[in-house]
Design a protein around this ligand. Sequence first.
Ligand code: ADP
Ligand code: MG
Length: 695
Amino acid sequence: MRTVTDFFGSMVFNDQVMKERLPKEVYDSLQNTIQNGKHLDLSVANIVANAMKDWAIEKGATHYTHWFQPMTGITAEKHDSFISPKSNSTVIMEFSGKELVKGESDASSFPSGGLRATFEARGYTAWDPTSYAFIKDGALCIPTAFCSYGGEALDKKTPLLRSMEVLNKAAVKILHLFGNEDVTSVKATVGPEQEYFLVDKEMYNKRPDLVYTGRTLFGAKPPKGQELDDHYFGTIKPQIKSFMKDLDYELWSLGVFAKTEHNEAAPSQHELAPVFTTTNLATDHNQLTMELMQKLAKKHGLVCLLHEKPFDGVNGSGKHNNWSLSTNTGMNLFEPGETPSENAQFLLFLCAVIKAVDRYQDALRISVASAGNDHRLGANEAPPAIISIFLGEELTEILNAIENDEKVGSKEKEQMRVGVHILPKFPKDTSDRNRTSPFAFTGNKFEFRMLGSGASIADTNTALNTAVTQILNEFYEALVDAKDFNKALHDLIRKTIKDHKRIFFNGNGYDDAWIKEAEERGLSNLKSTPEALSHLLDEKNIELYTKNKVFSEKELRSRYEILLGSYSKVINIEALTMIDMAKKLIIPAVSKYTKDLLKTEKIKNELGVVTCYEKEIGNKLSELLCEAYKLTLELEEKRAEVHKLKGAYEKASAYESVVLETMNRLRAVVDEAESLTAREYWPMPDYGELLFGVR
Ligand code: ADP
Ligand code: MG
């Protein structure tokens, strides 16, 4: 039997394969590109391409593709075969360095937000050698960045790589101030915990809302939801178990470090957590994970729902972005350490995150904004869209002591001086008690919990990396020429705590009182995607991204258009689906049931038999039908009006305040009708069946 170690990464052109298959000079030269971003010579690229091709063909591949992440958030690929005609009847298998390094694809159907005129529809894909090539479905996939003719980023990977690069530089500079001269690179590491739902495929196919929009647009609450908490970490059902086994196998073959799989809080909800890795790899791996989840579920008679809120009334799905910084020397910069110097360095990096999160609350909120995620943030049953940091009591106490020049705890004799004294130990296991915090320090990393389950993690990590870079650069300026380094450091840390402590919150983030308190503290609470996006082009944010060269202003403006545009499109499709379902499925079904009820009532009357149920329910349903019909017409009309609006923001905003609002009213009426309609008349699987239907 093949063991996991035998097949782990077997479909990846990884370091080991490169070492085995590339001549030493070529390998070294490629390493120089991977580690230090040095330009790759075409002659080297040719040899690498050839080795890749031979390896891929041995593994059964016939095609290659530049695999990239357009701004829509899904991954895109265009397959070319390796074949090249040799004579009239024979072919050879070819793949050149030029084809490896740069691809050209007709990009006119990918959103560019005005970055590219249609007459220059070409888009270029450029190999990202820091992420290994891999084989998927018989194609050699080459992870790439995707740019316009003019070099503007048309994807999510390019800005992410830029943000990693600037963060690297900023962090290394700071570490050198602390005397860590041996550190030559700092990378952000990420472990994204992925939540998802699995539902029965047959039932899924009977729900147009799930098919077209990924979420249920109607659905009365079932008698049982998640209130018993009996699903969380519960025994995994055999059908799910075999899906997870397949998923692990495929992910491991692709070198994805899938580690933990368990049931989540809601019925039918599950989670997969990988072992953390470098940000761009983690991003690629997360895209692959989502793709494989959807593909493999079908093989097991299931459908994987990655929507952030497939069902009202039960938990939605998110993605917890565990983020930290690590050096080439193996240091985790958010590990508090043992010596005064290590402690001081930890405190400085901690303060950089605190200041970054406080100053760029809106940029972080924007990075997780989507129509789907709006149901998880700031909506009726969801926690507020307020960003705050959980530090835990022990660490908060230390920061308070520094701020107020006090002693920490009763045992300490002297006031805490950063860089001079050793921090009192704070236990790690108490640091993650508060699961309601959107941004929690969890001992040696931060966990940002606002991401939606369906989104690429690239946006958030780009925002986080850039914000932290900006602050690290500011800190560097404040420290570089200091005569007394420790004093300057102490003052800087103290001032940062003073200025930004409003972002600390260890309490219950789901509590209504917090909304009021956060407002008093001046924290931002951007409830919807249009509202959040309206701040993307605030001067502060433009400056953040352009100064750090992560986005040009033109790129930012294009993203603003695309994000608002896709929000409007999502709501538009949802509204059309609702109208369609109401007219073609629901209203006719309820009408039929009402007719049968009233017919029975009539017969009973003729026979002189007592009736009550038929008339009462028949009446009530007739009323609801009228109401539902009127609201469907209203929705139709409003959708059409809003659809005609021009400006991206005006349109998205009207979809939210007008169309979505009408959709919610229609849903309420239909859900009430569902709860009164006999099961056999209801034209699709209900919540109970969807949520508890997998055996
Ligand atoms: P949980 O949140 O379920 O208690 P952990 O906190 O142990 O579990 O880990 C959750 C995720 O955090 C995992 O994906 C793990 O790989 C990731 N993680 C752990 N350490 C780091 C780190 N230094 N950088 C980034 N992610 C990390
Ligand atoms: Mg976690």
